[in-house]
Design a protein around this ligand. Structure first.
Ligand SMILES: [Zn+2]
Length: 321
């Protein structure tokens, strides 16, 4: 029904509104198209500028962390969102590195993170590599920072390290404290040896509460027993000596693969194909030579020198427990 007012003007306001909206949306769509087309270049430029600014901001932030106490902390591989960011190839290292660990001249000392007995050591564990030393603790025990440094990253790695803090120290050294129940420091905090970094726990992939402690040089873990005496809670020496042999385990690790058992396969066939032995397969996987293989079950295989088959998945990863 048309009211007298509409009839007088000769326009139906609903139709008028519809026409207006149609016109408006067409103009808008055209403009968006034009903007899209014209904007491709400037967007790219804007993104580039933003990335540059972000990079500058990041660099300035990193630079601002350093003063005379911290200026010889090497920022190589300083990533703020990854625990394992940067890897140095130590197979090319020919000389022995001599790294000051305790430096009384600069009042830099070592503190044992939590004084208690150790459980799992650095090394091969059920075929997987364990990159640190486990120290027994109870949930809520205070964990201390080992050496002067700056917090590089704090993250909650739910399926691995759990709540974890990584501190960068002088000369490219890093220490890592995992499975914490609480962290009490922030990223970029400057820490002295002995400062509390958090409370112990069993977060992430951990069986029972413990501290998983790692020490690394430019991202590569090495056996902390080289420099730390875990029985007496002290440093073994003021100077840490490292050579490529201390990282040779990485070469072996890269030969470790996971094999999924297929129909008709036997342990001896798998061993033969990978240049290894049935005994080695049994030891790595905690099985007996008489164990019946299930199709689809995964086996850890450490390849020997005469292997010629290469269709496996590399399991190398630094996700400690
Ligand atoms: Zn561990």
């Amino acid at each position: 029904m048309i009211t007298s007012n509409q009839a007088k003007n000769g326009f139906n306001p609903v139709i008028l509104l519809f026409c207006f909206l149609l016109l408006f949306s067409t103009i808008l769509a055209e403009n968006i198209k034009k903007a899209d087309f014209a904007g491709t270049k400037s967007d790219k430029y804007r993104k580039q500028t933003e990335a540059d600014l972000e990079e500058n901001r990041f660099q300035n932030e990193i630079n601002s962390l350093f003063d005379s106490n911290y200026d010889d902390i090497d920022t190589t591989g300083w990533l703020i969102n990854q625990i394992n960011g940067w890897r140095f190839d130590y197979s090319a290292l020919n000389d022995t590195l001599r790294i000051p660990f305790i430096d009384s001249l600069h009042k830099r000392y070592f503190t044992f993170p939590f004084k208690n007995y150790t459980t799992s050591p650095f090394g091969s564990r059920r075929g997987f590599w364990h990159f640190g030393q486990d120290i027994k603790l109870q949930v809520g025990d205070t964990v201390k920072n080992a050496l002067d440094g700056i917090v590089r990253i704090i993250v909650n790695d739910r399926y691995g390290y759990g709540k974890v803090v990584v501190v960068r120290h002088h000369y490219g050294l890093e220490t890592l404290y995992a499975h914490l129940s609480k962290t009490t420091v922030k990223q970029n905090d400057k820490l002295k040896s002995g400062d509390i970094i958090g409370l112990g726990g069993r977060s992430g992939r951990a069986t029972g509460s413990h501290l998983h402690f790692e020490i690394r040089l430019y991202g590569q873990p090495f056996d902390p027993n080289l420099i730390i005496d875990f029985e007496n809670y002290t440093a073994r020496s003021d100077t840490l000596f490292l050579c490529k042999d201390n990282f040779s385990y990485l070469t072996d690790l890269r030969k470790t693969v996971v094999h999924t058992i297929r129909k008709g396969e036997t342990l001896s066939a798998i061993a033969k194909r990978n240049g290894t032995t049935v005994q080695s397969l049994c030891k790595l996987n905690g099985i007996k030579s008489s164990t019946i293989l299930r199709i689809g079950k995964r086996l850890i295989v450490r390849k020997g020198s005469n292997q010629f088959h290469n269709t496996y998945v590399d399991i190398f990863s630094n996700s400690g427990t």
